[in-house]
Design a protein around this ligand. Structure first.
Ligand SMILES: Cc1cc2nc3c(=O)[nH]c(=O)nc-3n(C[C@H](O)[C@H](O)[C@H](O)COP(=O)(O)O)c2cc1C
Length: 218
């Protein structure tokens, strides 16, 4: 069995990547005696674009029907990810959405499997369990108030339609800099952030771990 963690953050050891690793640790833990391999795909290491709207994936008789025809670093990744036994997506929130890199990846992953028929049939070869981890600067109350969840839920719906509905977690009020004194940051109190992180981040790590434990049920 193989589970992939998709890191939609440019940073490989900060909030998003740490929680993603915890979730994958949870997957390993749940696997117990089953053979399970995990792999992180760092999207920012890859050279690719979003969907180019070539529609080769929808063209009748095309050898790319149901597949992305764009030739770049994602070609091989999309192939292996489609055979996964579990997928965990993770992203920081940039301007109220997932990062551009993750959005481009999702366009390329999901769109070729969506049939333009009346049911929006999914051509995905496997309907593997999925999860989504979001990290962001805003606190939970503000995240809800300003409508982030609506945006997130739309993409979760698309993932659910093509694969399966994701398990979801949010990590709020994240610590952005190692040393706040080196940056111009007047709108947050470092003291408050540090205190919150000390208490909340270990709980978020635990939540991520549990998402991993619960990802694969049998
Ligand atoms: C370009 C950019 C845009 C951001 N936009 C938002 C935003 O709209 N809302 C928010 O809550 N945080 C925003 N943030 C903060 C990040 O989402 C947050 O610090 C996140 O936890 C960083 O994840 P990382 O540590 O894995 O890089 C933004 C950060 C950057 C660099």
């Amino acid at each position: 069995m193989k589970v992939y963690g998709i890191n939609g953050s440019p940073r490989k050891n900060k909030n998003t990547a740490t929680l993603l690793q915890k979730a994958l640790d949870g997957v390993k833990e749940s696997a117990k005696d089953k053979e399970i391999e995990i792999e992180i795909i760092n999207l920012y290491d890859l050279n690719y674009t979003g969907c180019k709207s070539c529609f080769a994936c929808k063209r009748l008789g095309s050898k790319s029907y149901g597949k992305c025809a764009v030739k770049d670093d994602l070609q091989e990744v999309l192939e292996k990810v489609s055979q996964a036994d579990g997928l965990i997506f993770s992203s920081p929130v940039y301007f109220s959405n997932v990062t551009g890199q993750l959005l481009s990846f999702l366009e390329r992953l999901l769109f070729p499997y969506l049939v333009y028929d009346n049911n929006g049939t999914s051509l995905a070869p496997k309907r593997m369990p999925t999860a989504f981890i979001y990290t962001m600067n805003v606190k939970e109350e503000l995240m809800k108030q300003i409508g982030y969840l609506k945006t997130f839920e739309r993409m979760e719906f698309n993932i659910g339609h093509i694969f399966t509905k994701p398990l979801v977690m949010y990590s709020n009020n994240t610590y952005q800099f190692d040393d706040y004194s080196k940056y111009k940051v007047e709108s947050f109190s470092e003291e408050e952030k540090a205190e919150y992180r000390k208490i909340q981040f270990p709980l978020d790590c635990q939540k991520a771990f549990e998402i991993g434990v619960n990802l694969i049920k049998n």
